[in-house]
Design a protein. Structure first.
Length: 263
């Protein structure tokens, strides 16, 4: 059981806020949801506090409650995390390009951003292939193994990129996973030159991805979109064939986010 003492203290005399954020973080780790009593038990909080907090978060749309009274995070937090450029929300701008990409490739397309040392899936469009590979909204993923993580960092200003790479743990999921900063920075240089990135089972064996950055007017990546599929279907040869399609999808999403007229 996680004791109350392990709830992060901001140091600003806001214990109610600190505990409410702990409730959200607790639910973020439980995709199946938790009841109010389970939350209270895990965090060492009183039942009254958890009741009042979860009722307020539900009323504001940040939590949902199912028929078994299990609470889960809603999609509202994902909406808040989306970059907005010139009053255009990221997902709204990217969805047409994502639908086009899925239509051209048959694979599921995804939209994601970086949050600290992890990636976060914001949106997805399920493909038309008979066997469908896709990742649910809200899923977090390692940066150093993922096509979207590589895309975003490759098109991040040098100083910020160096700081971000220095913060990564480089967990080696497989012998072929990039496991050090030197090799990863070299990989990012290649991604920047090519305009796309790949994940050839570097995190999940048999699961391949191909991604491209979504760029602002300064050429900085604010997000990435990518397709994912089984390695037998999305092998290196097909990835090479689809690279121009992937770059075009990134261009379409970037132009839409910047409010440019598409051609």
């Amino acid at each position: 059981m996680i004791g109350e003492g392990e709830i992060s203290d901001s140091g600003y005399s806001t214990p109610g806020l600190d505990r409410a954020l702990a409730v959200l973080e607790c639910l973020a780790k439980r995709s199946g949801g938790l009841t109010q009593s389970e939350i209270a038990s895990e965090l060492g909080l009183t039942a009254n506090f958890v009741y009042r907090t979860t009722q307020a978060l539900t009323a504001h749309g940040y939590l949902t409650r199912d028929a078994e009274k299990r609470l889960r995070l809603s999609g509202k937090l994902l909406q808040l995390s989306q970059p907005v450029l010139d009053d255009v929300p990221l997902a709204e701008a990217a969805l047409p390009a994502m639908r086009w990409l899925s239509g051209e490739t048959g694979e599921a397309s995804h939209l994601g951003i970086l949050t600290g040392t992890e990636g976060l899936v914001l949106e997805r469009v399920i493909g038309t292939a008979p066997i469908k590979f896709y990742v649910e909204r809200g899923t977090r993923f390692p940066v150093h193994t993922s096509a979207p993580g590589k895309c975003i960092l490759a098109f991040t200003p040098d100083v910020e990129r160096a700081a971000a790479v220095a913060a990564l743990s480089f967990e080696a999921f497989h012998p072929w996973t990039i496991s050090n900063a030197t090799d990863f920075l070299a990989c990012l240089d290649g991604v920047r030159q090519a305009g796309f990135a790949t994940d050839l089972g570097e995190h999940l064996e048999g699961h391949h991805c191909l991604g491209a950055p979504i760029l602002d007017r300064n050429g900085r990546a604010v997000a990435s979109l990518w397709i994912t599929g089984p390695s037998q279907r999305l092998d290196e040869g097909r990835i090479g064939d689809l690279a121009p399609v992937m770059r075009e999808a990134g261009r379409l999403a970037s132009s839409a986010l910047r409010g440019e007229v598409l051609r």
